[in-house]
Write a protein that binds this ligand. Structure first.
Ligand SMILES: Cc1cc2nc3c(=O)[nH]c(=O)nc-3n(C[C@H](O)[C@H](O)[C@H](O)COP(=O)(O)OP(=O)(O)OC[C@H]3O[C@@H](n4cnc5c(N)ncnc54)[C@H](O)[C@@H]3O)c2cc1C
Length: 397
């Protein structure tokens, strides 16, 4: 077998997870190749809300702030319930809104500048893990010491490791559209927890549009497309006048062992998305950086097959928080507690502050749970004996 390339780390996928892994690995002195089947700029269905936690990850991993020209910023926020306004307020942190077309292109440029070799428009055809080699489209063979699967929710790397990328019942699904109404800085974003079961609707302000969408768990019994139409009507948009697209999102469906040997899964490929807020960009960048650090450690020790252990230890905290949020979301989304959640959204600054601390990365869900334990919500939740069976199952892996 002729090898045309021999690199320390190959990263499959050039979204936020892949670029974060690439920058971190290159800064650690490793040789890095990033391979993506798409040519950038490429579309990715996403609200592209860049939370304070994502902004921190950008600063810590890439050492940058978002450029003004691809950013709209706002502190204004509203909670809605099936179209009715529950609360409108200024939150203490700035949210940034962008387009993934711009954001991912910018991050990939930073990965290139850091020294990563980038192959766009190149599919990975085969993973030969017994010889740690990838076969790229065109037959080129690349040998790696560590392979990082940053290849999104339908991850071919996860499929290679576990036979499937996700569980079709527990995975999330989202519909989204761009409504061509340009927004200014400080335009209010809104979240509607009442329009859909086990999820929410969002309306994010963007420079050239509003991004409107709904997300839920795929296995929940409801017509999500009809819900999307209803939500658009609430937001003053004729559903027939826009193009609606759908995509899977790992909404609570994370992998307990995201990798095997010298193959690691990061970002959506590992299912690292917050099961209440749907935020995945911060966790994608954080887990990408963790995987690259793990790779640097085991390559230095000349033990690349132990990359999984080094990585699992680094992401244990993320996973513990994802487990906690999956428990806590029953309060937000179960029919038994929804009424109380609605009331708290309208009136409780404590709940609001707690949510913001999480999206800022200042508190974990475990911290929030401890605080909430003093209040009635958790008492009610602990009495819930019946969980939807689909939620008790976990993605294999
Ligand atoms: C509708 C929707 C709205 C969302 N809104 C938000 C939000 O507002 N804020 C937020 O924080 N998160 C949001 N998320 C979640 C967020 O989009 C993801 O968590 C994030 O994109 C994960 O990044 P990633 O790098 O892991 O994967 P991705 O961004 O999906 O990148 C994966 C890359 O892998 C490449 N790839 C796939 N297969 C191959 C292959 N065979 N060979 C080579 N390359 C391959 C793809 O082309 C792609 O570029 C949203 C998700 C959805 C679906």
């Amino acid at each position: 077998m002729s090898i045309s390339h021999d690199v320390d780390v190959v990263i499959m996928g050039a979204g936020p997870a892949g670029s974060a892994a690439a920058v971190t690995a290159a800064k650690a002195g490793l040789s890095v190749m990033v391979v993506d089947k798409a040519t950038f700029p490429r579309a990715k269905l996403c609200g592209a809300g860049i939370t304070p936690r994502s902004q921190t990850a950008l600063a810590e991993i890439f050492g940058v702030e978002m450029p003004r020209e691809i950013t709209l910023q706002s502190t204004k926020m509203g909670f809605h319930w099936d179209g009715a306004v529950l609360a409108e307020f200024d939150q203490p942190y700035e949210f940034k809104y962008t387009y993934r077309m711009d954001f991912d292109l910018w991050l990939l440029g930073l990965a290139r500048e850091a020294g990563a070799e980038v192959r766009e428009g190149t599919r990975v055809e085969e993973i030969l893990d017994d010889v740690s080699t990838l076969v790229l489209g065109g037959g080129e063979r690349v040998r790696y010491q560590v392979l990082i699967g940053a290849d999104g929710v339908a991850s071919p790397v996860a499929r290679h490791l576990f036979g499937k990328a996700f569980d079709t019942e527990t995975i999330g699904f989202a519909y989204e559209t761009e409504v061509p109404v340009p927004c200014a800085d400080d335009t209010r974003m809104s979240i509607d927890f009442g329009v859909v079961k086990w999820g929410y609707g969002w309306n994010f302000p963007k420079r050239d549009s509003q991004t409107i969408g709904v997300v839920s768990i795929r296995g929940v019994d409801q017509d999500l497309r009809a819900v999307m139409h209803r939500y658009l009507e609430h937001e003053g948009v004729d559903p027939e006048s826009v193009t609606i697209k759908g995509a899977h999102i790992p909404f609570g469906d994370y992998k307990e062992k995201p990798g095997r040997g010298n193959i690691l899964l990061v970002g959506d490929a590992a299912g690292f998305v917050d099961a209440i807020t749907g935020e995945g960009i911060a966790l994608a960048m954080e887990s990408g950086a963790h995987a690259a650090q793990a790779a640097a450690q085991v390559i230095a020790e000349d033990r690349p097959q132990r990359a999984d252990r080094a990585y699992f230890a680094r992401v244990a905290e993320i996973q513990a928080d994802l487990a906690k949020v999956r428990q806590l979301r029953v309060i937000a989304y179960s029919s038994k507690t929804r009424g109380m959640f609605k009331e708290k959204l309208a009136t409780s600054t404590r709940l609001r502050d707690a949510l913001f601390e999480v999206v800022r990365g200042d508190a974990s869900y475990a911290d929030i749970e401890k605080r909430m334990a003093k209040h009635a919500m958790v008492k009610v939740a602990s009495k819930l004996s019946v969980w939807p069976s689909i939620l008790s199952r976990r993605a294999k892996g």
